[in-house]
Design a protein around this ligand. Structure first.
Ligand code: PEP
Length: 257
């Protein structure tokens, strides 16, 4: 288990209207009261954020969005700014998810602009990276991950400071929504390389403190083994975050409360 406080984040993707949002948040809030050694975050769709914030009330659940645009305002039809997310009570934003990179052609350069704008506005970005199955099979995992890190965090590299408000999520694309999870050893070796990259590009202190999440078919049955790895500091959970009976045991790493 790592020394950093773990973060279990639920990416709800394009699911959950107002009533479902309210019900799931109530179920999570009731069950995590008193659990103070893990941070819990939900990322509903934009349209459910205000309702989510209302239901969260004074519980410890953190609120995140699934995307944002880097410009503060202007003629960007369909886009949302960091200030707008702060306005509805978000503290976090997921950036560069592989579905955005693959389906919406989002590049690491765009993720970099977004991550920089998020931090400047006071939001905590969760920056997603990860290789495809083809890249893994060609032995390119580390090359791809390093390239995504370099380009997606370029503004921080120029400033020579990686703020601890940034979280990195390693999500092998072949493990997302497929039921195929990276083994704890496969995930750990990439997390260790990411931490080393942070040390090489920034400094040791930030590499020790910054959280790196694993994402890709995390379930109650595999959460404990993954979370026991020294460089895995929590999980970004898709499908299993939509049901309290699956998400809650992940928050407790597969252990009963
Ligand atoms: C995700 O979308 O970030 C994710 C990890 O999805 P799943 O848990 O369903 O694989």
């Amino acid at each position: 288990m790592s020394r950093r406080t773990p973060l279990i984040a639920g990416n709800w993707k394009k699911n959950m209207g107002h009533e479902e949002t309210a019900g799931l948040i109530r179920a999570i809030a009731e069950n995590i009261a008193g659990l103070d050694d893990v941070d819990v975050l939900v990322a509903p769709p934009f349209t459910s954020l205000t309702r989510a914030k209302k239901e969260i009330g004074d519980s410890r659940i953190l609120l995140g969005a699934q995307n944002m645009h880097w410009e503060k305002s202007g003629a960007y039809t369909g886009e949302i700014s960091a200030a707008m997310l702060l306005d509805v009570g978000c503290t976090h934003v997921i950036l560069g998810h592989s579905e955005r990179r693959i389906l919406f052609k989002e590049t690491s350069e765009m993720v970099d602009l977004k991550a920089n704008a998020a931090v400047e506005a006071g939001l905590n970005p969760i920056v997603c990276i990860g290789e495809t199955l083809e890249e893994r099979e060609q032995g390119k995992t580390f090359e791809v991950v390093r390239d995504q890190l370099e380009k997606s965090l370029n503004n921080f590299r120029i400033k020579k400071t990686l703020p601890l408000s940034v979280t990195i999520a390693y999500e092998p694309v072949w493990a997302i929504g497929t039921g195929k999870t990276a083994t704890p050893a496969q995930a750990q070796e990439v997390h260790e390389a990411i931490r080393q990259w942070i040390e090489d590009n920034f400094d040791k202190d930030v590499s020790i403190k910054l959280r790196i999440l694993y994402g890709g078919s995390v379930k109650p049955e595999n959460a404990k083994d993954l979370m026991e790895m020294p460089d895995i500091d929590g999980a970004l959970v898709g499908g299993a975050s939509l049901k309290a009976e699956l998400f809650l045991p992940i928050i407790t790493f597969g252990e009963p409360r």
